[in-house]
Design a protein around this ligand. Sequence first.
Ligand SMILES: Nc1ncnc2c1ncn2[C@@H]1O[C@H](COP(=O)(O)OP(=O)(O)O)[C@@H](O)[C@H]1O
Ligand SMILES: [Mg+2]
Length: 295
Amino acid sequence: MELTITNLSKRFKDKTAVKDVSLTLTPGVWGLLGANGAGKTTLMRMIADILNPTSGKILLDGKSIHAMGEEYRNLFGFLPQDFGFFQGFTVKDYLEYVAALKDVPARETRKKIDSLLHTLTLTDVKNKKVIKLSGGMKRRVGIAQAMLNDPKILIMDEPTAGLDPGERVRFRNFISEFSHNRIVLISTHIVSDIEYISTKNAVMKAGKILDVGTTDELVKLAAGKVFTCTVPADRMPMYEVQLRIINQRNEGNNQVSIRYLADEARTNDSVLVPPRLEDLYLWLFPQEDSIKEEK
Ligand SMILES: Nc1ncnc2c1ncn2[C@@H]1O[C@H](COP(=O)(O)OP(=O)(O)O)[C@@H](O)[C@H]1O
Ligand SMILES: [Mg+2]
């Protein structure tokens, strides 16, 4: 199975949100990383065939997804970023409704819903109205609806937004297991959510795919640029201006250990450390980037 995206662009009036993106997705978990405004949602909505590209094409095993229509939708699951529910429905009624829309065979519906409720630890709230649920629970109901038809291609836009640390861990394990022989594409700006489960990652910036690779391959881009050292706490205001500090920890005794990004060591006691995906992300997306809007 291969989902091939070729020279895909999307233009909204004066804004090109996705610029000439080419990417071939194969089975496994794919992380789509990028700051707010990078174009992740726009790209995913085109892959979901709910937004028409301005140019370019998306093929599944050589067939246009748009031309496949119903056939594509039957093997596809989507969790949109802004997920509007029928909030007055109970969780169970809502999932039964979606199952009917997706042509899940009636005799399989109950078993499927029960198993998803169980996996996503929603069984206890299945008779509650969606409107009464916490943000994390709603997100998990959203994940459940995307998976009802046992999709071969699962696209989830910021699935871990609003989940607490325990829920994030369960989500990661569950997706890892699920991804066998399927294409799972997950967008996030929370790097740790995909760092250890993604087969490959695509890094998106200002509408373009900057790089594609495994986490190990990608972090190499930040090799030689991540340092740690200890500095006196009263000098921190100066270091905060001079260094791109990723992390700081107060060690007590007027000492602060810091992790920073630079082309070379900036203090005498700095030690070069192996980069993590988050370091690369911050290297590629300095803070001002997510604020600055590029046309
Ligand atoms: N319907 C739209 N009309 C106009 N501009 C849009 C529309 N949707 C997205 N954009 C713009 O396209 C860019 C990419 O947005 P989006 O795909 O939502 O990025 P991300 O999901 O990575 O945050 C942003 O600058 C956004 O404002
Ligand atoms: Mg988005």
